[in-house]
Design a binder for this molecule. Structure first.
Ligand code: HEM
Length: 550
């Protein structure tokens, strides 16, 4: 108050002098500590102060800043459905200082996935976490139009021609893994009476990265997997946690390891590209690097090497946990439902039996026509979509359509600029009003062509509807479907077909080789990782199915 720079503050001296210093009220306040006062004021603000009627209802919370972090972090799906019962499909909760407005139901999904870039930004919501992992100038470290062009380049690599080459590679990797990994000693023993156990989370993570590097990532990366690449990947992966989502940078070893690994991996890919460009190594490959090296932006600029490197890292990370946890859940459900595993196996026998009774490998085109296998993957993604909550940051005040939620007959809600919006397709994917036995894993629901599941799927693929081109080829919008495991709209996943190929080949190869059981049943998900993983206990017991044919 004595510094002339703070003249304005000196006026408060007079105010302070008016405050009595020894009233009973103040003595009482002295007894309680500052955190209690802060909590009290926060509660009073929510319960007593009048609210702006155009703001969506706010979820009650005790501690300011922290908000509903504990409830949401422990079980987001339960948290959202409980709030939905109380507040309806649109409400706001506080998550570590951020205001998150949730929009649920098919209309809520459409509100967020169908939003305009001018209003809703994925890069503003994610770049603090994704850029240190992927690297500069790609995905969320560039304007949205550039990402749309990058998605167009990636689609060139995800061609049917490449996919035809991949099925055999994935099968090879899975069989090779089971033939040499110590977790499959009982399989290697070639004795059907020999039972072993494996942890699906570990096995599927290893199989997923081996198969992704063998196919999309290319020979050099696959060879690196046996050397330094795996360790760098692990360090980079350590940067993809809920902590990283909340805090972009902290002085912690995991953050330093992330940054070192990003730099080394980026250099590793750039060296591969340079060697291919100079003709030192072969670029006549079916992998993504080869495809990206042929692409240019609409401006005519060839995709620079560092961007190719960073897109490759982004694809590795985007496909790893999503596919590997989906695979783990699929194996757990198959182990808990041997009758379903048997129908998957019978489908293989019906389609791929050789005259001598052995099974031949499926081609890519055949793999796409296996309804039982398809239903297992679709149903697993319905109950366990790996990306269960999707966020955007609000760039300009956003009107909530009254058909989704409104404060009164004639009013409407506004989500202010600076808030985040959150879509959670899993809530509509397990909505008991839409799906019979909604929480049960029942692949057979996908067999009924007129049933709810197929109806939702047709809506998702927008088979007969209008196609939309966001810059990476025409796609069905699918924004209003209650089934959206791969998102919808401009940010929709482009790895879907690859994921089906990889997961499908993995599942059939394992089902052909093993019979599985799980005594402890299918575990509940743990939400302590960004992508929910099955809790312990989760060991699957297995024995070798075909002694001489697998
Ligand atoms: C986007 C799910 C596998 C690459 C997305 C989104 C979802 C998703 C929900 C939308 C995110 C958003 O709107 O913010 C899945 C699931 C997978 C899977 C469930 C496997 C089961 C893959 C694979 C790749 C991949 C294997 C790469 C080969 C991408 C890319 C985007 C994306 C490039 C676009 C990001 C954007 O436009 O913002 N994925 N994904 N995904 N995914 Fe996947």
């Amino acid at each position: 108050t004595s510094d002339p720079l703070f003249n304005g503050w000196q006026g408060f001296d007079d105010v302070y002098r008016l405050i009595p210093t020894s009233t009973p009220a103040l003595s009482f306040l002295a007894l309680i500590n500052i955190p209690t006062v802060v909590i009290l004021l926060n509660v009073l603000r929510q319960l007593v102060l009048p609210r702006n009627p155009s703001l969506p209802p706010e979820v009650f919370h005790w501690i300011p800043f922290v908000g509903s972090a504990v409830g949401y972090g422990t079980d987001p799906i339960n948290f959202l459905t409980t709030c939905q019962k109380k507040h309806g499909n649109v409400f706001t909760f506080v998550l570590l200082g951020r205001k998150m407005t949730v929009a649920l139901s098919s209309k809520g999904n459409n509100f967020i996935f169908g939003g305009k870039v001018a209003n809703l930004s994925a890069e503003d919501a994610y770049t603090h976490m994704s850029t240190p992992i992927f690297g500069k100038d790609v995905v969320f470290d560039c304007p949205n139009e550039k990402l749309m062009e990058q998605k167009r380049f990636i689609k060139v690599g995800l061609s049917t021609e490449n996919f035809r080459a991949y099925v055999g590679m994935v099968e090879d990797e899975v069989l090779d893994y089971m033939n040499r990994d110590p977790k499959f000693l009982s399989y290697q023993a070639k004795d059907a009476a020999s039972w072993g156990q494996f942890d699906p989370v570990t096995v599927l993570a290893e199989m997923t990265i081996l198969t992704a590097t063998r196919t999309l990532q290319g020979n050099e990366v696959r060879s690196g997997m046996d050397k330094t690449f795996a360790a760098l990947f692990a360090d980079l992966d350590g940067g993809l946690t809920p902590l990283n989502f909340m805090f972009a940078n902290l002085p912690l070893e995991s953050y330093r390891k992330r940054d070192r690994a990003q730099k080394k991996l980026s250099d590793f890919y750039v060296n591969i590209i340079k060697a291919r460009r100079s003709g030192q190594t072969n670029n006549d490959e079916t992998d993504m690097i080869a495809a990206l090296m042929t692409q240019s932006y609409r401006s005519g600029t060839v995709v620079p090497d560092h961007e190719i490197a960073h897109i490759m890292i982004a694809l590795l990370m985007a496909g790893q946990h999503t596919s590997s946890t989906t695979g783990s859940w699929a194996m757990l459900h198959l182990a808990a439902n041997p009758d379903v595993a048997d129908t998957v196996y019978q489908e293989q026998i019906a389609k791929f039996s050789n005259p001598d009774g052995s099974l031949r490998s499926p081609t890519y085109d055949e793999l796409r026509n296996l309804p039982v296998l398809d239903s297992v993957i679709r149903e697993t993604l319905r109950l366990h979509p790996p990306i269960h909550n999707i966020m955007r940051k609000v760039r300009a005040d956003l009107v909530v359509p009254p058909s989704l939620a409104s404060p009164s007959k004639d009013g409407y809600y506004i989500v202010p600029k600076g808030y985040f919006v959150l879509a959670s397709p899993v809530v509509s994917q397990v909505d008991p009003d839409l799906w019979y036995n909604a929480s049960k894993w029942e692949p057979s629901r996908w067999n009924d062509s007129e049933g709810q599941a197929q109806k939702a799927f047709r809506q998702y693929t927008d088979e007969n509807g209008e196609k939309f081109d966001y810059g990476f080829g025409a796609v069905g919008k699918g924004t209003e479907s209650p089934y959206q495991p791969f998102g919808a709209g401009r940010h929709r996943c482009i790895g879907e077909q690859f994921a089906y190929l990889q997961l499908g080949t993995l599942v059939v190869t394992m089902v052909r080789s093993l019979e599985m059981e799980i005594a402890s049943g299918v575990p509940k998900p743990s939400f302590h990782t960004l992508i929910p993983t099955p809790k312990q206990p989760r060991m699957i017991s297995y024995h070798r199915r075909q002694l001489d044919k697998a």
